[in-house]
Write a protein that binds this ligand. Structure first.
Ligand SMILES: Cc1cc2nc3c(=O)[nH]c(=O)nc-3n(C[C@H](O)[C@H](O)[C@H](O)COP(=O)(O)OP(=O)(O)OC[C@H]3O[C@@H](n4cnc5c(N)ncnc54)[C@H](O)[C@@H]3O)c2cc1C
Length: 443
């Protein structure tokens, strides 16, 4: 098995590591690649946090394990299932399913993300309030750990390890394959009902009042120095459109998170292979209310302008889940912090979340707020104040997104931190799987 030395970075380019890398294409080689004392699995390698690499460790890429193994997609029922290798991208899975009248019911924002990465981060889509997080779709999965061999995980088989692996940042081992529940869809377009409004409170109210009549919902705001925080709330529902069907082929601009050999300038590497065009259907301000489902689901991240915003900048993505009972106080204090600091934050996205919270997963009942900011001394200062606000209000930061969070902060925000750590060490006393994220969080 061939290995190479590589420099890894995050999608926001705020962290670097030099580590060994390999991309086996046979199961025998995949298992052998975990013989290194420390390793970590990589899906697409597109996280904002340094979750799939660590200095002096080995990153094992799953990119060659991307087959569809089995599918049950009845045309007379609402749900089916598909079993896939964990390196498959969301886009490849989506393309396979859409022509059969199905989609993954939870689609995170970019088609290049891998199923393994979505399980390990328990990702969410624009319909979290309706379908929950990605792991709620996992019926069973196969996990490989060098000290345990291959394990079948499900709520009935090895339930403890199943629970730890869902949103477990790849620290329990390599997910080889997963059986995923998938939903039959009524149409391949969505109709978007847009409402322009000012103020985050107004948007939250609108989202709360309307979640039962929407299939998907978000509200996007420019959070700046003026008292107004203008934005647009979009409630989207499945719509037959003009009856047009999506083509099975799914072309989208590919992101490249790896620092290529010979390129040590660390400019926004992603754009080196990013040749996308901004299509009207991808745009946040799209005036056509009817959009193809995939343009809607993967917007704005398949829109060139989103990444162009970040060109040559080191980016932090901060996403926080505010408990329902603290939302009003939180928004008021957040507004004061941003406006006192004279900071402009464009594209602040609000989403309603529903469900229970467990371990280190980004889930629960409340309001999610996320935004990207260039990492500067001024924004670092603001983010530190926001971290303190989060702790004071019982809000939790999404650990797969914000690469600054330290152990003290995660302990203060996540009541189950010690439980996660203890259970992980019981399952894997040698702690074979490590990343910069796990080291930073003391896991
Ligand atoms: C443009 C963009 C849009 C995004 N939109 C959303 C969104 O809408 N909702 C959301 O929740 N998140 C979103 N994210 C975050 C993203 O879902 C997670 O960071 C996800 O983990 C990335 O998948 P990946 O395949 O790149 O994983 P990687 O970055 O390669 O790895 C992430 C983690 O998963 C682990 N992992 C990957 N594969 C396996 C495997 N086979 N077995 C065990 N562990 C594994 C890694 O060890 C690592 O800990 C977005 C990220 C980007 C860059």
């Amino acid at each position: 098995m061939k290995t190479a030395s590589r420099t890894f970075t995050t999608i926001g380019q705020d962290d670097l590591a030099r580590a060994e890398w390999c991309a086996p294409d046979r199961y025998r080689d995949l298992r052998a690649s975990f013989s290194a004392p420390n390793s970590i699995v990589q899906g697409a390698g597109l996280s904002y946090a340094s979750a799939s690499f660590a200095d002096h460790s080995r990153t094992v890429s799953m990119r060659h394990f991307d087959r569809i193994i089995a599918a049950e997609l009845p045309q007379d029922q609402d749900w089916g299932s598909v079993t896939v290798e964990a390196g498959i991208t969301l886009g490849k899975l989506y393309s396979f399913l859409i022509s059969r009248g199905y989609v993954p019911s939870v689609c995170a924002g970019h088609p290049q993300l891998s199923v393994g990465g979505l399980i390990a981060s328990d990702a969410h889509g624009k319909n979290q309030f309706r379908e929950g997080n990605f792991c709620s779709l996992i019926e069973e999965m196969k996990l490989f750990h060098p000290d345990h061999g291959e394990l079948l995980l499900s709520p009935a088989s090895n339930p403890e390890v199943f629970e730890l692996t869902c949103g477990g940042f790849g620290l329990t081992g390599a997910i080889l394959s997963a059986k995923i529940k998938v939903g039959r869809i009524p149409a391949q377009c969505v109709e978007q009902e847009k409402q322009k409004l000012v103020g985050l409170e107004e948007a939250y109210k609108l989202l709360q009042e309307n979640w039962q009549r929407a299939d998907f919902m978000t509200s996007t705001h420019d959070f700046g120095r003026t008292a107004d925080i203008p934005g647009t709330t979009v409630l989207a529902r499945f719509h037959r459109g003009d009856g047009r069907k999506e083509t099975a082929e799914f072309e989208y601009p590919k992101l490249n998170p790896n620092i290529e050999p010979g390129n040590n300038s660390f400019v926004f590497n992603l754009l080196s292979r990013f040749r996308g065009r901004s299509s009207p259907a991808n745009s946040m301000d799209n005036s056509d209310p009817i959009a193809p489902l995939r343009d809607y689901l993967f917007s704005p991240h398949t829109d060139w302008s989103y990444f162009a915003l970040h060109k040559d900048k080191i980016i932090v993505q901060h996403q926080v889940l505010i408990p329902a009972n603290a939302v009003d106080r939180y928004l008021n204090d957040l507004r004061t912090l941003v406006q006192q600091g004279e900071y402009d934050i464009s594209r602040t996205v609000l989403q309603i979340f529903r469900g229970n919270h467990k371990l280190l997963r980004f889930e629960g009942d409340g309001l999610s707020i996320s935004f990207d900011v260039p990492r500067t001394p001024k924004s670092e200062d603001l983010l530190k104040k926001i971290d303190a606000l989060n702790v004071a209000m019982g809000a939790r930061t999404n650990l797969i997104k914000d690469n600054r969070i330290d152990q003290k902060t995660v302990k203060a925000q996540y009541a189950d931190y010690e439980e996660f750590r203890e259970r992980l060490h019981t399952f894997d006393p040698n702690r074979r799987f490590k990343s910069k994220l796990s080291e930073r969080l003391g896991l």
